[in-house]
Design a protein around this ligand. Structure first.
Ligand code: SF4
Ligand code: SF4
Length: 476
């Protein structure tokens, strides 16, 4: 006679309780409005995710506080249109570098997805990381899955109200810290923290902090898996990058089926059963509420929680682990996973080329910009000596982070009178606008429009030089 499973878990909700909604084959297990009570799980995957999560979180929180050469090391100043990343300052004119960065990031994501599936979603995506942080607070304050279910079912009382208030306050504090840090990447973080708590921050900073606090609180506290399963576009197009050799979280159906309860000492083969004891723990720990035994589903974020849950069950039953594991479809079919295949090699090659272009663009970037704008009010005028004069505005940007002295020269015709500064001291990151006048004896003008060139060069570094062409107009 078959017996119920004997998997014993110390947690009070450990008896193989069915989840709220049982999975329908091939479909999601929850309507978007259903609350998922995620069960806590321990194991090697969870440990790896926590360690990575701590490292990434520490990086996120600390990076904007770093200083480099006396200034905030990372400052993406949108209002002043300059992105400072340690020794590199990017301006709107450096659009190609930003484009390379986006392309490199995109192809890195494609390559990683082709090789390791949605490992980004499960281990590094902010939505997952913050959701797991929020779930940790929920567990600490409201208890285990079973206790949370009971708490939500019972009418409001002082204890329930206290726990709910405490949980939401904790969530809001985490969300506020997240928002302040995030906005601190776009403005002076020391000033922001000081001013925000003294209620002296400006409208833009205050509005941004409030917006991102609510966004974090809403996403990680309330939206959770809805963001992954219904809003994030990445979940939809990732399948285009998958093939039989992509690592995914998968259930070994051949080994697990037919599933069913049994005693620990009973031989499953004698009972005509596979290794799955149908305890549903893999479903209970799933943050998106799906049953991995139904096969690959776009809701699966590859977090691996079900691997830990099932490994723990297998260990207690005395069966080999990895009934659910990170594996490939080819391996499940008995083949050998191929790392080098058309897709992975293609994405890898594109990534290498784009990274090389990005590095070259940064290495050969001239940290100087020169714009020449002709005076729009007067096309030309004649001065007291009878020379024709044109007026220009030179806009010089010192894109480096150090002050430098720059020389200004005009060329294009032998007989040119230049009236303006020949040397300028410009601070690092400064935009300097200077009006200059060019005068030419009409005797040397053989056309009504001739081309002239303005050159600005660094006195200290001959390689830092910019030349911009403009027109000289006259009556000829
Ligand atoms: S099925 Fe497993 S890996 Fe996929 S989201 Fe659920 S727990 Fe994570
Ligand atoms: S796959 Fe593993 S965790 Fe899931 S029901 Fe079967 S035995 Fe339990």
């Amino acid at each position: 006679m078959q017996q119920n499973i004997e998997v014993k878990d110390k947690a009070p909700d450990s008896v193989g309780k069915p989840v709220k909604i049982q999975p329908a084959k091939g479909s999601t297990q929850h309507a978007p409005t259903d609350r998922i009570y995620v069960r806590d799980v321990k194991g090697r995957v969870e440990t790896a995710r926590r360690l990575l999560g701590f490292a990434l979180m520490a990086l996120f929180l600390l990076l904007p506080w770093l200083t480099y050469q006396g200034e905030q090391a990372i400052l993406l100043n949108i209002l002043d249109q300059r992105f400072r990343i340690f020794g590199l300052t990017l301006w709107p004119q450096d659009l190609t570098i930003l484009a390379w960065i986006f392309m490199v990031s995109a192809f890195a994501l494609f390559l990683v997805t082709t090789l390791w599936g949605r490992v980004w979603c499960g281990f590094t995506c902010p939505q997952t990381t913050w959701t797991f942080i929020f779930m940790w607070f929920e567990r600490k304050i409201e208890g285990s899955r079973h206790q949370r279910m009971k708490l939500d079912q019972r009418p409001m009382d002082a204890d329930k109200a206290m726990r709910k208030v405490l949980k939401h306050v904790a969530w809001l504090l985490v969300a506020l810290l997240t928002a302040l840090t995030f906005v601190g990447y776009f403005t002076d973080i020391r000033q922001l923290f000081g001013e925000f708590f003294l209620l002296q921050s400006g409208a833009w900073a205050t509005g941004s902090v409030i917006f991102f606090t609510l966004a974090t609180y809403g996403n990680a506290g309330w939206m959770r898996e809805i963001m992954c399963t219904h809003i994030c576009p990445y979940a939809r197009f990732q399948s285009a990058m998958f093939d039989k050799d992509t690592f995914i979280v998968a259930y070994d159906e051949k080994r697990g089926e037919p599933r069913g309860p049994r005693g620990r000492k009973q031989d499953p083969r004698a009972l005509g059963l596979g290794d799955c004891i149908d305890c549903n723990l893999c479903v209970q720990v799933c943050p998106t509420g799906i049953d991995i035994r139904n096969g690959l589903q776009y809701e699966c974020i590859n977090c691996g929680a079900c691997i830990d849950a099932c490994d723990n069950v297998m260990e207690k039953m005395g069966y080999p682990k990895k009934l659910i594991s990170f594996t490939t479809e080819r391996r499940l079919e008995g083949g050998k996973t191929k790392v080098f295949r058309l897709k992975s090699v293609g994405y890898g090659a594109a990534l290498l080329v784009l990274t090389a272009l990005l590095v070259l663009d940064i290495l050969f970037r001239v940290p100087l910009e020169l714009d020449v704008v002709r005076d729009r009010n007067t096309l030309f005028r004649e001065n007291q000596q009878g020379f024709i004069e044109n007026v220009y505005q030179l806009r010089i940007i010192n894109k480096s982070q150090q002050a430098d002295t720059f020389r200004i020269e005009v060329s294009g015709l032998d007989e040119i009178d230049y009236m303006g500064p020949t040397e300028l001291r410009i601070e690092g990151g400064e935009v300097y606008t200077v009006p200059v006048t060019v005068a030419i004896d009409p005797y040397f003008l053989d056309a009504s429009l001739i081309e002239i060139r303005f050159t600005v060069s660094s006195v200290s570094d001959s390689e830092v030089e910019r030349t911009t062409q403009s027109n000289f107009l006259s009556t000829r």
